[in-house]
Ligand binder design. Sequence first.
Ligand SMILES: *Cc1c(COP(=O)(O)O)cnc(C)c1O
Length: 432
Amino acid sequence: MNYLSTRNDAPPTSLAEALRAGLAPDGGLYVPESLPVLNAEALDDCADLPATAAQTLAPFFADSRLETELPSISREALDLPLPVSEIGVTNSWMLELFHGPTAAFKDFAARFLATCLDRLRSDDDPVQTVIVATSGDTGAAVAAAFHRRAGFRVVILYPDGRVSARQAHQLGCFGDNVATFRVQGDFDDCQRLAKQALNDRELIDRLALTSANSISIGRLLPQISYYVHAVAGLHRQIRQAIDIIVPTGNLGNALAAILARDMGLPIGTVHLATNANRTLPDYFSGTDYEGRPGLQTLANAMDVGDPSNFERLDWFYRDRDLRNADIHADSVDDDTIRETITRVHRQTGRIVCPHTACAMEVLERRRQAGNDRPMLIAATAHPAKFETVVEPLIGQPVPLPPALTELLDRPSHADPISAEFKPLRDQLLAYG
Ligand SMILES: *Cc1c(COP(=O)(O)O)cnc(C)c1O
């Protein structure tokens, strides 16, 4: 399988090169040259997610240096719990994606990417520096995935004072080969700093600098596999197509569900649940695509006004009308997020994070509108990560999952750094 750039100006390349580069040299995002068709019968024998991933992703790894290692990569990276639970609303299930080491769905993708990059490394390669700008969840997932891996260093940039106290603690609690900086600015400043570093020839050469943000194809592929595993399993029981509702920011997680459907998985409509950032709902209701600055909301990991994976989605539908693709997008504002967390807890006893609450609200709206098809909701983070939002609403503490307790018991440290590029550049050069 070759990989192309969405901007069509870069030569086709191998999976290994696409994984290592992150972004294509023409500034585009890497895409597989074709989408394989799922082998439904083979999936019947897949007992767990690693087996499903090895089966589903094999065509994407064909002819690559990692082809024979895919089963062991999947076993090492994706052996995480993946419960599908009934929600307490008729014909509705929840795909719980938050049982990894940092309690958000990004653990699946970050661990898969880290394991792939590790397997591509030779002993005499220089130490690679992975730089990541984060609004909260990505940084911790990437840090956990690369922590204490020989040959890698991670540099995290997060906006000081704009992540939850628990998120901040998580970001600074790794140490060893992970350096955490709290930037005196907002998330856009963090992204700009990371981008500047990734365009700085001297830094790239001296530090073997690379990124691990959500545009990497190595993060998209494993996300396809958990939809395949969960939907194939549910379909064996109910024998009907299943609608999926995905809390959506940069559109990485939802794109994986859309691609799984295009590969033949029995998925009906894919519903994108966004927060007050309306770029996607406006687009799917007929206006031209228009990227905008992100608005701050309670669902902070989805505070995205110009979703980076839209370019990929658009590429996959280049010969078809994307607005006829059976994709539905709905925006949920902060007041409704609060009401939904309260309502879901009162009606079902379940505690949901602000991101998952957006999806629960979309479920409610679709049911009200008469859609009674089977629905599967992607639950993207554990509510204990957002305790300052959730606990006042439900009037009780959110029990911590063991993985988070372990991280929060460690000491945490982050150095302040200005939003100017020079101090960061000096810091980075000191490593090289
Ligand atoms: C990152 C994140 C999202 C958004 O996922 P995208 O792939 O960027 O659309 C949703 N919920 C949580 C908890 C996240 O961390």
